[in-house]
Design a protein around this ligand. Structure first.
Ligand SMILES: [Zn+2]
Length: 260
C-alpha cells in the first residue's frame, strides 16, 4: 500500500512526504532503507502532532475518494452519511462544571480529538470523537468524580446544553451514568432529529426504565447502547422499529452487546 503524506509546494521546492510507517512513539520504525520520505521523531510533541495532522488529512482524503467512488458506482449516497455530515463540534466556554475543584479539565480539546479520530478500532473514545457535540461532553470516566447526588443535576444541565446546541440532526454520545438527568434535560431543549449513543459506564446495563425514558425523547431516531436489559414488553422492539422505520437504508445498529 502506498501511503502519501501531504505534498505541498513551497515555491519551486516540494516538501517531502511524511512516512506514516515511522512512528517511534508507538515503537514503529520505517523498515525501508530506501525510503525517501521524511521520518519524524514523534517522541517530540511537535513532530507527533504534525504526523497526526498529516495522517488525519490523508485519511479524510482517502475516505472521501472512496465514498465518491462508492456513490458513483452504486448511485446511492453513502450509508454513513448521517455520521459524516453531523455538525462540527466547536470548542466553547459555556460548558457546565460539576461542583468541586478538579486539576484535569472536564472537557476534551482539539488535540485529543485529532488523536481519537485517527483511531482504527471502535471504542468509547472513537464513538465520542465522531459524535456531533464531542467537545460538550465530559472526558470519559470522569463521572466517578461526581457525588451520585450531584450527577443528575450536572447531567441535566449537560442535556439542556446539548439539546440547544444541535443545530441539525446529529449523533449524541454520552456515558450511561449521565443518562439520569441528561435525558430529562435533553427532552426540554432538543428540537432536531438525533441518534443517541449510550456508551461505557462500567457494566451497569441500560435498564427498562431508562429505555422507556429514552424512547420518549422528542426527535430520537435510534439509540445505540452498550449492554442493555432485555425488554420484558415490546419496548425494545419498539426502539428497534424506530431504528428500522426511521433509519431505512442507513447503516445503524441497535446493539445488544449482552443481555440480562
Ligand atoms: Zn519511511
Amino acid at each position: 500500500m502506498v501511503l502519501r503524506g501531504p505534498c505541498r509546494s513551497r515555491g519551486a521546492a516540494q516538501v517531502k512526504d511524511l512516512c506514516f510507517q515511522h512512528d517511534p512513539r508507538c515503537g514503529q520504525l520505517c523498515a525501508d532503507a530506501g525510503c525517501q520520505k521524511e521520518h519524524l521523531d514523534t517522541l517530540q510533541e511537535a513532530d507527533a502532532e504534525r504526523l497526526d495532522r498529516a495522517l488525519q488529512a490523508w485519511q479524510t482524503r482517502k475516505k472521501k475518494s472512496e465514498k465518491d467512488a462508492c456513490a458513483k458506482e452504486s448511485g446511492v449516497p453513502d450509508r454513513c452519511d448521517i455520521l459524516m455530515k453531523t455538525p462540527c463540534s466547536m470548542l466553547r466556554s459555556d460548558l457546565p462544571l460539576p461542583p468541586g475543584l478538579f486539576e484535569v479539565p472536564w472537557y476534551y480539546d482539539m488535540r485529543w480529538h485529532q488523536r481519537a479520530m485517527s483511531a482504527q478500532l471502535i471504542s468509547s473514545c472513537s464513538f465520542l470523537a465522531h459524535s456531533s457535540l464531542w467537545s460538550c461532553i465530559p472526558r470519559l470516566r470522569r463521572y466517578r468524580e461526581i457525588h451520585p447526588d450531584q450527577r443528575p443535576i450536572f447531567a441535566a444541565e449537560l442535556g439542556r446544553l446539548c439539546g440547544r446546541s444541535l443545530p441539525h440532526r446529529g449523533v449524541l454520545c454520552v456515558e450511561k451514568p449521565y443518562l439520569q438527568g441528561f435525558v430529562e434535560g435533553l427532552a426540554e431543549t432538543v428540537t432536531v432529529e438525533f441518534i443517541l449513543l449510550a456508551v461505557n459506564g462500567g457494566d451497569a446495563p441500560l435498564t427498562l426504565h431508562q429505555q422507556e425514558q429514552i424512547a420518549l425523547l422528542p426527535g430520537l431516531q435510534a439509540c445505540f447502547a452498550m449492554n442493555l436489559h432485555t425488554a420484558l414488553d415490546a419496548l425494545c422492539s419498539h426502539l428497534l422499529q424506530l431504528v428500522l422505520s426511521n433509519c431505512k437504508g442507513r447503516n445503524l445498529i441497535f446493539l445488544m452487546t449482552s443481555s440480562i
